[in-house]
Design a protein around this ligand. Structure first.
Ligand code: GLN
Length: 471
């Protein structure tokens, strides 16, 4: 059952939330030993919460638009009373004293948190192999990665462990794993969804968004988690129109651009073929399709891998052995800090901290961080001129289908290339989502990325619904 179907059944008293939750806990118990989507399954809490929802229904109260819907949360979202690890040893033993805003919103809408999902440590990676707790496997083929960094969330939805999961997307970490696991994944406009309670990776890029099996479910979740939040100073202060109300409006007359810089070089031919099929479907539905060009997008990855590590090096300075989690003793405070950070962070996190610290250091700031910020402005300007001619843009989400475990771990550059199609939109703050669109030559899912201008979610979702219906 989809999230929309579950909520309708629970609200009308046709099904108990408890039976829905128990059914999903059974699927998790059967399947997660192979997949390792979860760092933690909160079975007892989920059952207790489901009983409360059933109590509300019995008393004639409406538990909300996501009544009884099991939700899996990426383990960088703070949950009161439930360990939040970011899949890092450095947070060992830390239990947040508060909930992220999105967690409160989901719970207020009747959703039931079933667990915390595995991820690349501090969301740095594209395969979920950088988890301190071991990798997640792709439910479509367990010899392959699920993508990352929100690989546990994508796998949880693909495996039927939960109809909804939340992830975070700093450079593609929702869209890329969604594509590789064959589910829907949305990176909302920067500022649409509150990040209060999201453990920060790169604050000018991070966004929270949903994974679901259907476009309508993603719309329903976004309608719950979007909106102003006084506790996040980057949150957009005006409420936005719901996306689920316009889902069926189609794409007739919309101008859709195929983003040339993200759709040619380096894209596997089977992935390119699926994009062409998607373009054909949009055209048949009345969209006017033409090639679009954002010349500076080719520098997206280079700019991202300076800006994101620079912000990360600053955000991760707080893990000092005093305030959170792990502490390894030393003969002085700096020794203790060093020993804690040496033991607590994995290799990729250390690599990012070193790159970021270097890029921000006095003698190199202008050459690296400053230059990357100028490139970011060029990309923003190029997109701005393309939005004068187009309502939406499309590209592949990922250059390839899911790769094998271990295939890219020895080569950080090969791993970083996984994000080439997703990163530009994080630099601009625009909306984007990945919609599953068939399979590649290996039988594994291919995702099509739809991009919209800031706050263009309603139009973006219309195109997503058309693609979904055309399959
Ligand atoms: N894979 C990219 C990185 O490693 C993006 C990660 C993300 O979006 N959190 O930085």
């Amino acid at each position: 059952m989809t999230a929309v179907e579950i909520a309708a059944a629970v609200r009308s008293g046709q099904r108990s939330a408890r039976s829905v939750v128990d059914e999903h806990l059974d699927v998790i118990a059967d399947g997660d030993a192979d997949i390792h989507a979860f760092n933690l399954v909160a079975a007892a809490q989920a059952q207790a919460r489901a009983d409360e929802i059933d109590g509300a229904v019995a008393a004639g109260n409406d538990p909300g638009p996501l009544a009884g819907v099991p939700v899996a949360l990426k383990d960088n979202l703070c949950t009161r009373g439930l360990a939040t690890t970011c899949s890092s040893r450095i947070l060992e033993g830390w239990v947040p004293p508060y909930n992220a805003t999105v967690v409160e919103q989901l719970q207020n809408a009747g959703a039931v948190v079933v667990g915390k999902t595995n991820m690349d440590e501090f969301a740095m990676g594209s395969s979920t192999e950088n988890s301190a707790f071991g990798p997640t496997r792709n439910p479509r083929d367990t010899s392959r990665v699920p993508g990352g960094s929100s690989g546990g969330s994508a796998a949880a939805v693909a495996a039927g462990f939960a109809p909804v999961a939340l992830g975070s997307d700093t450079g593609g970490s929702i869209r890329q794993p969604a594509a590789l696991c064959g589910v829907v994944g949305v990176k909302p406009t920067y500022g649409l969804v509150s990040r209060y309670g999201l453990v920060a990776f790169a604050s000018s890029l991070d966004q929270i968004g949903p994974f679901t099996t259907t476009v309508a479910d993603a719309a329903a979740v976004l309608d719950v988690i979007g909106g102003p939040d006084a506790r996040d100073s980057t949150s957009i202060s005006q409420p936005q129109p719901p996306v689920s109300h316009t889902l069926a409006d189609g794409v007739d007359g919309l101008r859709v651009g195929v983003l040339a810089e993200l759709s040619g070089n380096g894209i596997a031919s089977d992935v390119a073929a699926r994009l062409q099929a998607a373009v054909g479907a949009l055209e048949s539905a009345g969209a006017r399709v033409a090639e679009a060009s954002v010349p500076a997008a080719v520098y997206g990855l280079s700019a991202y891998y300076l800006i994101a590590p620079a912000e990360a090096s600053s955000n991760l300075a707080r893990y000092d052995g005093v305030r959170y989690g792990l502490r390894v003793d030393g003969s002085s405070t700096p020794d203790m800090n060093t020993a804690t950070r040496s033991a607590g962070f994995g290799d990729e996190v250390k690599r990012r901290i070193m790159i970021g610290t270097y890029a921000l250091s006095a003698g190199y700031y202008d050459a690296y961080y400053g230059k990357a910020q100028k490139v970011r402005t060029l990309i923003i300007n190029d997109f701005a001129s393309v939005w004068e001619q187009f309502d939406l843009l499309v590209s592949p989400t990922s250059p390839t289908t899911a790769f094998s475990l271990g295939e890219r771990t020895a080569d950080p550059m090969a791993m970083y290339m996984s994000d080439v199609c997703t990163v530009p939109v994080n630099l601009t703050g625009q909306a984007a989502m990945s919609v599953p669109y068939g399979v590649g030559d290996d039988g594994l899912p291919v995702g099509v990325q739809i991009m919209a201008p800031a706050l263009g979610e309603p139009v973006m979702f219309r195109a997503a619904a058309v693609l979904e219906a055309s399959l």
